[in-house]
Design a protein around this ligand. Sequence first.
Ligand SMILES: Cc1ncc(C[n+]2csc(CCOP(=O)(O)OP(=O)(O)O)c2C)c(N)n1
Ligand SMILES: [Mg+2]
Length: 354
Amino acid sequence: MAQVLPAERDLRRVIGDADGAGDRQVDGLGEQELLEIYRSMVQLRTYDERSVVYHKQGRIGTYAIFWNHEGMQAGAFHALEDEDWIFPSYRESAIGLLRGMPASTVLSWWRGHPAGWWNPEDYRVASICVPIATHVPHAAGLAWGLRLKGSDAAAVVLFGDGATSEGAFHEGANVAAVTKAPLVLLCNNNQWAISTPLSEQTAAARLADKAVGYGMPAARVDGHDVLAVYEAVRNAVARARAGDGPTFVEAVTYRSAPHATADDPGLYIDADRVAAEEERDCVSVYEDYLRRLGLLDDAAAETVRNEALATMRAAIETAENEPPADRELVFSHAYAEPPPDLARDLDELRRVHA
Ligand SMILES: Cc1ncc(C[n+]2csc(CCOP(=O)(O)OP(=O)(O)O)c2C)c(N)n1
Ligand SMILES: [Mg+2]
């Protein structure tokens, strides 16, 4: 049977059980805001589900699935103001959609096409980071810079449980704390780093405990509860804006999907646990909460889903209609004077494709 790990019992939640026992409401979130959060979750869910289909159809390359992480992403996003920065990992590749980035841009990124590049400043969304944790120091630096410039904007950096074992995480966390950078370090503890379970990743009882060593506070929430993530990140951002420095937020989730489309988790994952997580996924849990408040019915939910689906269908068409990329771009923009071996490789590329 699926297990609830001891470390998961004390998680902060806003949404109660299926009967509404324990439901809370978050101050400052009215009907419109609650429905906006729902639209964001459905947008992300639809992006993710369609991407798996597009991958199977050979229309995008390897794809890092984020099924059941939509709540932690949307909750964090809605806790930010428009001027705040987001540093995503590959697991949050589509978070830019919530800032108005076209879905075709993100699909192009997964197609390895230059139309998938953007200017981070246009959306306050940094490049999707694939090397584990290397964006944590970047985010700390940018946040520190915002503070030095007198801006009251903040930044949030999203990374996984595995990232907390990387040197870059520790360096970024330390610099952020010492400089009182307005940064939220948001860890998606989905309990797996590809096939490495959390128990083999760390000897710490909770990832949130790591914050103590840097002199920053931490919050630990149910990452499948979109409003619990929202509340924790909003508090952390308020603290950042007040000049009090960074906060570590551990959102405890569970990776129910393969690591990526290239992975076969059947070899290592707990199938019962996955089935239990699928039963109580973050989008359905939030839908039920909104229904209990009388804010959502079948027709409204269907309209939101259809809008998201139409966006994705148009986006894959746009991405596929991009003219083929200039192959030589791979060699551009790194060196003013390419070293001889790179120049030889470029000649070879031209010869092969002549
Ligand atoms: C610096 C670095 N080392 C190794 C890898 C290979 N790698 C890709 S994903 C991954 C696991 C990361 O796990 P976690 O941080 O928990 O993130 P999740 O995939 O669960 O979102 C590893 C080791 C990498 N991308 N970058
Ligand atoms: Mg992980």
